[in-house]
Ligand binder design. Sequence first.
Ligand code: ATP
Length: 879
Amino acid sequence: MPVYFQLSVEETLCHLKTRLSGLTDHEVNLRQQEKGYNRLKVRPPVPAWKILLAQFTNFIIYLLLIAVIFSVIIGEYTDSLVILAILLMNGLIGFFQELRANRSLEALKKLVTIEAKVTRNGITAIIDAAELVYGDIIHLENGDKIPADARLISVIELQIEESALTGESEPVRKQLTKIAGEPGPADQSNMVFSATSVVGGRGIAVVTACGMETEIGRISQLVASAEEEKTPLQQRLDRFGKNLGLVIIAICILVFCLCLGRYYLQQTTIHVSAFLEFAFIAISLAVAAVPTALPAVVTIALSIGTRRLLVKNMLVRRLSSVETLGCCDVICSDKTGTLTKNQMTVQRAWTLGGEFDFNHDDIKHRTSINQDLRLLFTIGIACNNSKADFAAGKGGNPTEIALFQAAEIAGVSHNGKRIHERPFDSSRKLMSVVVQEDDHTLLCTKGAPDQLLNHCTDVQIGSEIHPLDDTYRSIILKANQHLGSQALRVMAFAYREADSPDDTQEERLTFIGLQAMIDPPRDDVIDAIRKARSAHIRVIMITGDHRETAKAIAKEIGIDGEMLTGEKINLMTDEEFSQTITRTNIFARVIPEHKQRIVKALQEQGHIVAMTGDGVNDAPALKSADIGIAVGSGTDVAREASDFVLLDDSFSSIVAGVEEGRGIYENIQKSIMLLLSGNLMEVLIILLAVLLGFNLPLTALLLLWVNLITDGAPALAYAVDPYGKNIMQRPPIPISEGILPSKRLRLLIALGFSGSLIGLGLFLLSGGNSNDPIEIQRAQTMVFNYIVLYEMMLVFVIRNNYQVRMLTNSWLWFSVIFSLMMQVLIMYTPLHFIFHVTPLTASEIFELMVATGVFSLICYLFGRDRADGPKTSTSSACQ
Ligand code: ATP
């Protein structure tokens, strides 16, 4: 392959058989056929057969297979066949669920694509970066992720962050001249590389390598082998599962030894068949105690949750953050575009020589537009990229579009030629261009008034230039403050003769005037802030705008609390800042670097912080926040650093997302409650019976049926349960909390205990302790049916505890009806011979109803004390 950094621009273009106007469609097609898509090879998705196999390669299955062997040895062939059938059914349910969850996650991944701005056939457009081929002419702007390896053709202060490739986080300044020798990628300053990012300036380049042929492609084996991370909840469940496993093994050994001991005392010998029978019971008990459906429940709840979040315009980039959303107690939001509409319209134009009000002054005659205002509007369109952005099929910056429209309304146009640009950046808060106007070369600058004034030495009134003294300065600042206090975003404009075509030194400027634009709050933002407040979530507004504008907008949308400016933050020690932040909800004139300090200070106070961002410099704050949210219209770099992408940029979608996060967590909790209290009850019934010397209330087969078939379906259906009606009136879930809050854990234990006592009582009353095998089978049948009814009742008791309305979630009702029908099938068809149960008579069904009724009453009493009544807010600044 040729070494493009050693070639000149012309040689490179010639070698790649391309031109500045780009490739033709035919050439693109041929090259795509030759080289394929511009994608790195990622690991292929797990094939379906592997997912199916995985269902049969876990500890529980091995245990059950041992049980099958035991039952064959003791001659219970039907039992072994039934266990195998149950195993198969359970495996197939797990397989289909996992397949569904995997598919929806894969579909989500595809949504996160990178785009590229490319010129083909002389037309510049934005396309999916996967479509790029070598020879394509690509345009690079601040915040873009570089889509392929490319040789630069033109640069304007282009700076690239190449740490993904070289490990060096300092941005590299790029240039055009060819380089001799064999430098590594880090020193190839006329090249840009896939997976790195533009952090300043702009440029044009010709693609030299795509997909696996890029530098990053060569080292992509490392990237591709990165394992999917487990979410904190999944990790906690893994740990919990291990501990539970140890307890269960201990209980099973205890039960086994007790059964064996009792048998020995009665028979004074131990037969092999008895030994195997007890081992079989111990294994069944282990299976009964392990909540087998739990891992599937968590995966499915998370994958369904990500789909629900997508409907609410939150695209999940990191699954683990879905859980953290539910714990979020501070949302730090950018003002422009997230709290406001980002639809700017210039309302007022102000110069020292006269003003213009777009709402009141008669625009038709344009009599009031004097020379100063003309110059003001002219700088507004000269120092403006919106027209070029539009031509390139890009939306354009709303602030600049507004300036363009204002000039158009005022009848001002500009035909000068731009020869140089110093792009806007939010730390300088300025943008400059050098333009050729007839025989003048002018430097035009626009930006934040307080910043720009620091770079001005003169003011212009009419055709007169005056030094910018304190009097003028205070008049200008007063006008700025006055406009800002009306919630207007104010920009200042200045210019001077340029010393050379590339003179972008923002100094010795002549101040011309101000333009003030309105950016109305989003329609739903006031409600969303109210909702956040009732959910005990503090909302902090962060803006690069002026303090007066920030204060006025905050008041309009209902954010109160103190205000702090970036300037003051710079003067504070960490300790002072930490104290002030407890009272501060409005941050004005901040630069992205301040955001990281804000996140850190809040986190040190124990808050779980969500932070929005759009620019390159926001990336560190997005990374360090607990929940980094990139706005959809933001840069690739911000998106890469974030956990979520806010597709519609709207604040209310964040609040809706938090609601989803809480809901997903609650649904997982519900499943855990159902599975664990059911399992606890079954284990206790067996354990207590063995300890108290009773006959066994359940056979191994019945235990397996209840645990693997009956409760799994409703537990899975919880994943699509609607959320409790008070979900946004409660404080966030503390991050340090276990899988279940202690009150709910107590409820779970109480339900398990009371359920098992009633079950044992029913067993004894139904003759379970007699010596007649028929009587014992009848009593076991009663307990078996009682457990199923108990679990079905529990499904609704738990929902009630989470304040979910009864007649919702048809999947849940369907799963309950399905479980009950399966029960009828076992009881009243010849299957009852296989399961060794006796069909119940009417009076027995009545007794069963009474037992379940007593349990329901107990549930009602326990459930009345809702596990999470509203608490008072935690911080003084929580609104
Ligand atoms: P947010 O509220 O999301 O932080 P912001 O637009 O208020 O967004 P910045 O984009 O950092 O914050 O802008 C800060 C200031 O820089 C603005 O108040 C404005 O005065 C100035 N500014 C914004 N856009 C431009 C631009 N394109 N050219 C020159 N100056 C700009």
